[in-house]
Design a binder for this molecule. Structure first.
Ligand SMILES: [Zn+2]
Length: 62
């Protein structure tokens, strides 16, 4: 009984892992530019904050 239960756990774990890996791969390609000054997300290629005008933009890859 215990062995059968263990087998089921293993197969569901594999499915879960595949799903998580897919999400992580997608997230790795997400680049976020954020103002260092006020935290506003910036998408402009000039990298200037539209809220406070600061050019201190930090780039995160998540
Ligand atoms: Zn700003």
């Amino acid at each position: 009984m215990t062995d059968r239960r263990r087998l089921n756990d293993r197969s569901s774990n594999r499915l879960l892992r595949t799903a998580i890996e897919g999400v992580l791969k997608r997230r790795n390609r997400t680049i976020v530019d954020e103002c260092r000054h006020c935290g506003t997300s910036v998408s402009s290629p000039e990298h200037t904050c539209p809220t406070c005008g600061s050019d201190e933009i930090v780039r995160y890859t998540i």
